[in-house]
Design a protein around this ligand. Structure first.
Ligand code: PLP
Length: 346
């Protein structure tokens, strides 16, 4: 009896093993076909391996000599600014490598609170909340804020993280044609039946570098009782007279309700993202936003770098002005990104 059970267990163990192996073989076949289809479509993304720090001049594995780098989002060159690096080192020493925790369990340090207050000050908003990335800020916002009674109206070329964030929420979804204000107006009219309406757009679009017509968007939003959300990842720190972003550039800082942006581009380039806007919204996000509640706190070194980058921008307008002057000097009509990427050297 006992021996029979052992034999049965061994045999069924062997057949489980065979099934697992054939499932793995099946998976390998599917993956091979999928990868080949990406290559065939010409959309395979290969990665260059940089062997130096990020900057306008870099070293790349397999390429002898230096390379001039036009493709980082290091718009102000702050990722290699000595004061930013020093601040990161200092914060690492004082506050450790990381929190091993999410914010609400035991992952909030004084530096996180200070940086949130600084971000809110920088954008002239009531409050701010940090996330591990702007991707997380975008996937956290819509689901926490909007219900099935509400509507979100999104530019068709919005960043993937906005698209994913909107997919996660239960609100009614309207997609308007890129920068097309007549289409936005038609969708706003259709959306009048919902409780809240939120227009969502990139400030500066990440692929083509075009700027959202925020004055017109805000005018339509006010006419049709909608809120405006702008992702400022490609604008924070350098667009507008003092680098506050697209809303400053277009004179609508008081009309954009919610801003999401990244610490991983102009603001030191380490990592991290945030939402800034009404205090009550930030409080709600601390209670409900899943990437905030269920992912580790931003590491202290990243907090230190971003905090110093903001200090540099708030103490003086020299960096922003120097960047603007270089942009005007640049002869390039390059449309892949804003001009003069990573052109500041320290
Ligand atoms: C418009 C926009 N939003 C969000 C993100 C995501 O930012 P992060 O790298 O902080 O996740 C990016 C990054 O490329 C972006 O271009």
């Amino acid at each position: 009896m006992w021996a029979g059970r052992v034999l049965h267990a061994a045999l069924s163990g062997a057949s489980r093993g065979r099934r697992a192996q054939s499932a793995l073989a099946q998976l390998r076949g599917i993956l091979k076909e999928e990868l080949e289809s990406i290559r065939r479509a010409g959309t395979w993304k290969s990665e260059r391996v940089i062997t130096s720090s990020q900057g306008p001049h870099i070293h790349v594995d397999g390429a002898p000599g230096g390379i001039i780098n036009f493709c980082a989002n290091n718009y102000l060159g702050l990722s290699s600014h000595p004061e930013v690096i020093q601040a990161g080192l200092q914060t690492l020493k004082e506050f450790g490598a990381g929190l091993s925790s999410v914010r609400f369990i035991c992952g909030t340090q004084s530096i996180h609170k200070d940086l949130e207050a600084k971000i809110a000050r920088f954008h002239q908003r009531e409050d701010a909340i940090l996330y591990p990335s702007c991707f997380d800020a975008n996937t956290g916002l819509f689901e926490a804020l909007l219900t099935s009674e509400d509507a979100v109206l999104s530019d068709e070329l919005n960043h993937a993280s906005i698209i994913d964030g909107i997919r996660l929420c239960k609100a009614h979804k309207y997609r308007y044609r890129h920068l097309d204000m007549a289409d936005l107006e038609a969708k706003l009219q259709e959306a009048q039946k919902h409780r809240l309406r939120l227009v969502a757009t990139d400030g500066a679009f990440s692929m083509d570098g075009d700027i959202a017509p925020l004055q017109e968007i805000c005018r339509l939003a006010s006419q049709y009782g909608a809120l405006v959300f702008v992702d400022e990842s490609h604008a924070t720190g350098f667009l507008g007279p003092t680098g506050r972003g697209t809303d400053e550039l277009l004179g609508v800082m008081d009309q954009v309700t919610i801003i999401n942006s990244t610490l991983g581009k102009a603001l030191g380039g380490a990592s991290g993202g945030y939402t800034t806007g009404p205090g009550a919204l930030v409080s709600l996000l601390r209670q409900r936003a899943r990437p905030y509640l269920f992912s580790n706190s931003l590491p202290p070194a990243s907090v230190g770098c971003a905090s110093k980058a903001l200090d540099l921008l708030m103490e003086s307008n020299a960096i922003v002005q120097s960047m603007a002057a270089k942009t005007l000097r640049s002869p390039t009509k390059d449309r892949t990104h804003a001009p003069c990427i990573g052109s500041m050297e320290y």
